[in-house]
Structure formats: C-alpha cells, structure tokens
Design a protein around this ligand. Structure first.
Ligand SMILES: CC(C)(COP(=O)(O)OP(=O)(O)OC[C@H]1O[C@@H](n2cnc3c(N)ncnc32)[C@H](O)[C@@H]1OP(=O)(O)O)[C@@H](O)C(=O)NCCC(=O)NCCS
Length: 166
C-alpha cells in the first residue's frame, strides 16, 4: 500500500499539475478533454478537490460534487501513471467515502464504457452498476453510473437524528 497523505488541493500550482495529469491520461484523452477543460473542471469552486501526496509529489487527486441531484458524486479520480496499481486510487476512494457518508448514504461515480480496469476496481470496492448513459459525453461510448450505498435516505436521516445530541 502506497504511503500517502490526503488533503485539500493547495493552490494554483497544484491545480495546474492535476490538470496536466488529467489531460495526459485516458479516459480524458479519448473523451477529448484537454488541459484547459481539465483545469476548468478542477477549478470549479462548487467542487471539492483532494490530493494524495507521496512525499512532495502529487500522486493523484479526486474531485467531489457535494451539491445537486447526485450529492456525493465522485466526478473524477486520477492517479499519476508511475503510482498506479499501488493502492493510491483505493485510498482516495476510501477518503471520499468517509467524507460523503457523513452527509448522505450514497456515493455515485460514472465510468466510461471503455475503462474496464477502473470499473473492475469500483466493483471490487462495492460499487453496483445502476445504468448506462449512451452517447453521453462522446458519441459511440457510454458513461456507466455506479453507486455504493449504506442504506436508504429515510434510514440514514433517522440514524442521524438518533445520534445528534438533543
Ligand atoms: C483508475 C485509477 C484511479 C485507479 O487508481 P490506482 O491507484 O491505480 O488503483 P489501486 O492501486 O488502488 O487499485 C488497482 C486497481 O485499479 C485498476 N487499474 C485501473 N487502471 C490501472 C492502471 N493504469 N494501472 C494499474 N491499475 C489500474 C486495476 O485493475 C486494479 O483493480 P483490481 O485490484 O480490482 O484488479 C488509476 O489507475 C487511474 O488514474 N487511471 C487513469 C484515470 C482513470 O481511469 N480514472 C477513473 C475515471 S472513472
């Protein structure tokens, strides 16, 4: 397991590093998302962005959307090519789950139909296939919506109320 620290994105320089990492990697290459679009999506103030640090290096990052109809949506996750397969992605997902499950019982994520390795990882981590958005980002490919849940919304809110001090 990689020895990493996870914390919020630090500033402009880190943002540019993450955008470069994203623009140079599939699925974003196939989806036609270059540096500028990647930068814009990471810089969006609505999103929460966390980086995984291996020493001083950014080993990966994760973008969360905590607003809108799919609260608890993992919008993007990217690990530096030389750090893949070492557990960084799994640790970033675990971090996101700890954050999201404090406020909602569902974590959502989309994976491109051609990204079999990532889909395999998410299913191993407990994500269930919900549905297929055909020709959603790019014609000819689908986005597959996955969900991990710890219960229904009514059970979750009842538990929260029971746990909150009177
Ligand atoms: C998918 C990704 C985030 C996983 O992070 P990671 O640190 O490599 O993952 P871990 O080491 O925790 O787990 C390894 C798992 O990732 C999968 N994986 C996906 N792409 C991989 C790659 N390029 N190299 C190694 N493993 C990869 C492996 O199949 C493995 O799954 P398994 O253990 O169920 O067989 C990372 O590989 C990545 O950034 N890939 C490119 C961007 C991407 O596809 N992002 C997801 C968009 S939905």
């Amino acid at each position: 397991m990689a020895d990493i620290q996870i914390r919020p994105l630090g500033g402009e320089e880190e943002l540019a590093t993450c955008a470069r990492m994203m623009a140079a990697s599939d699925p974003w290459i196939t989806l036609g998302r270059g540096f500028e679009a990647s930068y814009k999506s990471i810089a969006d103030p609505i999103k929460e962005v966390y980086v995984a640090l291996a020493g001083d290096e950014i080993a990966g990052f994760i973008i969360l959307n905590m607003t809108g109809p799919f609260v608890g949506y993992i919008q993007s996750i990217c690990v530096a090519p030389n750090q893949r397969g070492l557990g960084v992605g799994s640790q970033l997902v675990a971090f996101a789950e700890a954050r999201i499950f404090k406020v909602t019982p569902n974590v959502f994520i989309c994976v491109s139909s051609f990204n079999q390795n990532a889909r395999h990882l998410y299913e191993r981590l407990g994500y269930e296939f919900i549905g297929e958005l055909r020709d959603y980002l790019v014609r000819g490919y689908s986005e597959l919506l996955l969900r991990k849940t710890i219960g229904s919304l009514d059970e979750f809110h009842a538990r929260q109320q029971a746990e909150s001090p009177a």
